[in-house]
Design a protein around this ligand. Sequence first.
Ligand code: NAD
Length: 470
Amino acid sequence: MEASEVQSACARARRAQTQWALTPVRTRREIMLRLHDLILDHQVELIDLIQTETGKSRSSAFDEVIDVALTARHYAYRAGRLLRTTRVRGALPVLTHTTVQRSPRGVVGIIVPWNYPLSMALSDAIPALLAGNAVVLKPDEKTTGTAVRGLELLEEAGLPGQVMQVVPGPGPTVGQEIVEQCDYLMFTGSTATGRKLAAQAGERLIGFSAELGGKNPLIVCPDADMERAARGAVQACFSNTGQLCISIERIYVHEAVADSFLSRFLALVNDLSLGHGWTDDVGSLISAEHLARVDELVNDAILHGARVLAGGRPLPDLGPTFYAPTVLIDVPPTARLHADEVFGPVVYVEKVASLDEAVAKANDSSYGLSASVWGRERTARDVASRLQAGAVNINDGFAAAWASLDAPMGGWKNSGVGRRHADEGLLKYTEARTIAAQRFLPLAGPSTMPRERYASLLSQALRVGKRILR
Ligand code: NAD
């Protein structure tokens, strides 16, 4: 698409939004509930399409179906309450009647990557649309088909034409035009691109949120159930072939249990089945370029002294973009993947002498997206509360926090700005309008009362108010 076509799409969306904003919230909610059913009904076709575009495993593609259905249901049932005009305490009791309205922002621009093409296309659009906005979505060029099919299903569910536009094309042209045109920007992708877009959103003074990269740690406490921890770690590292912003790339295991954890973990990794069927655990990578990058990072680590305990190489016999699930040890800080996100099926393991050391190492990162802690709940909760991450999963790799849609999801530090999910995940797509009506007396006091007298009365009222208004 050319920049001028993006401009036209944004203009169409802007026109359609005026009418959409007048549609009752209960109508919008019915559309999202129908979308929920349509996504489940069409799951086989959607999974086929996602697999064709990404090469991921069938069960990873199914995760997207579930995610979109859950998100549609969650916000459909929350939107009414969140968008209702609320009465809040006014400046002066009785005399000031204050309400807060929620108004849509207008055209929300959503720019997403390729790793979860259905989830990324719809799960941020759902709350934005429910809030009365139009959406202009730019999928990654590799996964345009899934986004277009997602829009078709939304329209089949009842979304009026033009309210949502899918504009395919490269980031530097199509993405940039969206940044110029939209009233709010939701970005998911790399930290490098997020930083650039944040500056542009700042220049335009539009709202912005971003879900960016991670280098997520997993900590194994000495009181963890080793079998559960090893199985959970495998899931956490290799789901979606590691191409998941919240997947685990670093494991810190307490030395007291390191040998038993590692031997079980490695046995399970070596047992993983690679392929594209329902029984396969790990699919292929998105592209040959990405495979080359993953392999380069692994080779760089090996060059710096890392040892390969599993995998560490492409698997061309299985297909052009398969990479073996890889476990490294002795990765020095000089290796690039020690701190940099791989975004592939690669994890390194380090023994630690104490949980304090595990926490310090986990926090020693410019990222702060997600983390996982395995152990007795009491121990793990204590560790969790000390981690610098937007989400910490106890005895789970990443899904528990992600699927808790009532809880905010997003990153600390270089992992993001703002949150998706929770009430904030919908309210960010609104502008608040406070309407305060002053009744009977002006806030500055009756014109007939001397100012000094009024100041004294107001001071006394404040003292009383402090005791009774909490
Ligand atoms: P990327 O930043 O290169 O691209 C993401 C999207 O931005 C694509 O649609 C791309 O075309 C577009 N884009 C690129 N340059 C642009 C520009 N100058 N202007 C406007 N748009 C532009 O990211 P990627 O490498 O494709 O995706 C992988 C990254 O995404 C990883 O770092 C991963 O951690 C992150 N990610 C984060 C989350 C999260 O929720 N935190 C989820 C998925 C992926």
